[in-house]
Ligand binder design. Structure first.
Ligand code: MN
Length: 128
């Protein structure tokens, strides 16, 4: 079981991601934009962060940039979630500091497994 922070401005998507993660036994906290997400990340110290790219106030690219300069939060895997389909977005997302990304719409059958892969990678690194 891991603690996961979900940062997403659309309530329907946020609720779906939180529901799926909880169904697999994970602890979930949520935030509705990047600024709230940064605050919640500092408070909750999650094991993994799932971050929408397009959000008001502070978007996902700005949020991950802020997370990756915070020594306490930089090691926490940050997975982007985006509907962007344009060529080059993958590079832009990874260049911004994300550890990986998942495309929208969320596939309920594979979503949690895809996220857990980032936790497994992190575990391996910490045991080395
Ligand atoms: Mn959004």
């Amino acid at each position: 079981m891991a603690s996961v922070l979900v940062v997403e401005d659309q309530a329907e998507n946020r609720d779906l991601m939180a529901y799926l993660l909880r169904a697999f036994g994970h602890d979930v906290t949520t935030a509705g934009n990047g600024a709230e997400g940064l605050e919640e990340a500092r408070r909750a110290r999650p094991d993994l962060m799932v971050i929408d790219i397009q959000m008001p106030v502070m978007d996902g690219l700005e949020l991950v940039a802020a997370l990756k300069v915070d020594p306490a939060l930089a090691p926490v895997p940050a997975v982007g979630v985006t509907a962007f389909a344009m060529v080059g977005d993958r590079d832009r997302i990874l260049a911004a500091g994300f550890d990986g990304y998942i495309s929208k719409p969320i596939d309920a059958m594979t979503f949690v497994g895809e996220l857990e892969a980032f936790l497994a990678t992190d575990d391996r690194k910490s045991r080395e």
